[in-house]
Design a protein around this ligand. Structure first.
Ligand code: SF4
Length: 509
């Protein structure tokens, strides 16, 4: 699967040593963005007593960006802060100025922001600001929220921020930090997940600490407990008074013309299986996707004297769905067993590819290897969570055959991806999507080089998601499978379209 994750955000309030908690939270959310990482905290200047927001950001993984313990002892001080792992969806990934959290100081105080998603009205907003002479520091759409705040006519800082949030549209989960508040926001469609957690005893003096994160696996990392999801369209304002009152916080609602459409791909691929999003554990939903796939396209029957067929995942994102698939096939009486026939190397990074080597094939070989003894003369059913361009899948299939598999059958735990995402995921364009290059699933299977290929149907995916998450009464977006975009989109938008406005200081690192 080659769709890139988007961003991971984390914020905490009323927690001594906030930055360390954020560091661990971001570490748990590393899968949502690996290009850059940053933390900002809120404290007071020891000389002037004025509120300040120290920040540290850089390109790289969390462990590399925050590899100096002194950062936490001397610089990122305070009991509130936010953090961000970035994978760029708008604004060039090479532009240092785009690394979040963004921090500004304006007439009402300091303001920091970490954003996951895309603003769909970014183009119009940017044009209108540019025509009025506004100077942009970044090429990211997130900066627009800061300008909207700065130009709000409301008097109080909090109201200015809320005023700004009421004017943006699209797919976004946000955490904002003022000198007095941590603000968590989810767009009215609820495209991206965002959860509220609590750390410590609510009855202690000053109350517990409260945190927000893209996924609940970040809470587990710091020992916080899940409280609830931030609701679609909710602006939750976390402050000292609310912490002292057992988590009784003010909440505002962003009006909407569209219903709720949570990103179904979060369940299929993006989120970690140990996270709870949209009200249900990802593990549970992903297993159900495998179960439904087994009911629609079980393992092929083999002769009695043939070796037992093995069902293997493309690790790691397909592991859980494959367990559901293999268990259901066995339940239905098919002869098969779950095995790990592909091993993933997690320490790939940026690999040097020698001239003359097939770059794509070497990249796949650097990432995956086969367990040859297991595959020899075996019917192999390999399961992946999705196919986007198909190039990785094609190389993997060749590797399985080269390792002695007697036949290779490919199963995919979601329908064919036929449309790009305009709500914060980085998909290739429509022509590059494998499913659009052929007229039938059989033709795709031929190109991949498999003996059979089957995708989960759209109906099966729906059954799996609603079946596993029966408490959810809200809708999902499945536009990348159906082309039915729940919010009108600008099909021409490019993630680097703002680069023409890139300031001279925003050079690549
Ligand atoms: S188009 Fe696909 S990836 Fe994008 S929000 Fe909808 S379901 Fe998620």
């Amino acid at each position: 699967m080659s769709v890139k994750d988007h961003c991971g955000i984390f914020g905490i309030f009323n927690a001594p040593d906030a930055a360390r908690h954020i560091y661990y939270g971001l570490h748990a959310l590393q899968h949502r963005g690996q290009e850059s990482s940053g933390i900002v905290t809120s404290t007071t200047d020891s000389d002037t007593g004025a509120p300040v927001m120290p920040v540290h950001r850089d390109f790289g993984l969390v462990l590399d960006v925050f590899d100096d313990p002194k950062l936490f002892d001397d610089h990122l001080i305070g009991d509130a802060g936010i953090g961000h792992n970035r994978y760029s969806t708008t604004g060039s990934s090479q532009n240092r100025a785009n690394i979040q959290p963004l921090v500004v100081h304006h007439r009402k105080g300091n303001l920091a922001l970490a954003h996951n998603g895309n603003l769909s009205n970014a183009r119009e907003l940017r044009k209108s600001f540019s025509e009025r002479g506004t100077l942009f520091q970044t090429t990211s759409d997130s900066e627009l929220i800061l300008h909207l705040t700065a130009q709000s006519r409301r008097q109080k800082h909090l109201n200015q921020v809320i005023d700004a949030l009421m004017q943006v549209e699209g797919a976004f989960s946000l955490v904002l930090l003022t000198d007095e508040h941590l603000i968590a926001v989810r767009d009215p469609n609820g495209f991206r997940p965002l959860a509220l957690g609590r750390l410590g005893d609510p009855d202690q003096a000053g109350g517990a600490a409260y945190c927000v994160a893209s996924e609940t696996c970040a809470f587990d990392m710091i020992g916080a407990e899940f409280v609830r999801d931030i609701r679609p369209g909710e602006i939750l304002v976390i402050d000292r008074e609310g912490c002292a009152n057992g988590g009784d916080f003010q909440s505002y609602e962003i009006p909407t013309n569209f219903g709720v459409s949570q990103c179904i791909f979060e369940y299929v691929y993006f989120s970690r299986p140990d996270s709870k999003i949209f009200g249900e554990m990802v593990d549970k939903v992903r297993r159900r996707l495998g179960v439904e796939l087994a009911r629609e396209a079980p393992v092929p029957e083999v002769d009695d004297d043939a070796k037992t067929p093995i069902v293997i995942p493309v690790p790691d994102s397909a592991n859980t769905a494959t367990l559901g698939y293999a268990n259901e096939c066995a339940e239905q009486g098919y002869r098969c067993r779950f095995e790990l026939g592909l091993i993933r190397n997690h320490y790939v990074g940026r690999t040097f590819i020698a001239p003359g080597q097939d770059r794509r094939e070497m990249k796949v070989r650097c990432k995956f290897n086969t367990v040859e003894g297991l595959l020899q003369d075996r019917t192999v059913i390999v399961l992946d969570d999705s196919i986007v361009r198909g190039t990785t899948a094609r190389h993997l299939i060749k590797m399985l055959r080269d390792s002695g598999a007697s036949s290779v059958h490919f199963r995919v735990s979601c329908p064919p991806v036929t449309h790009p995402c305009f709500y914060g995921m980085d998909f290739p364009n429509k022509e590059e999507l494998l499913a659009n290059q052929f007229d039938s699933v059989e033709e795709i299977g031929e190109w991949l080089g498999v003996d059979s290929l089957a995708y989960l149907s759209a109906e099966g995916m729906k059954r799996a998601v609603y079946g596993a998450n029966s408490n959810n009464t809200q809708g999902y977006c499945a536009a990348c499978f159906t082309g039915n975009y729940p919010v009108p989109v600008n099909m021409d938008a490019s993630k680097d379209e703002n680069e023409m406005w890139a300031p001279a200081t925003a050079e690549a690192a």
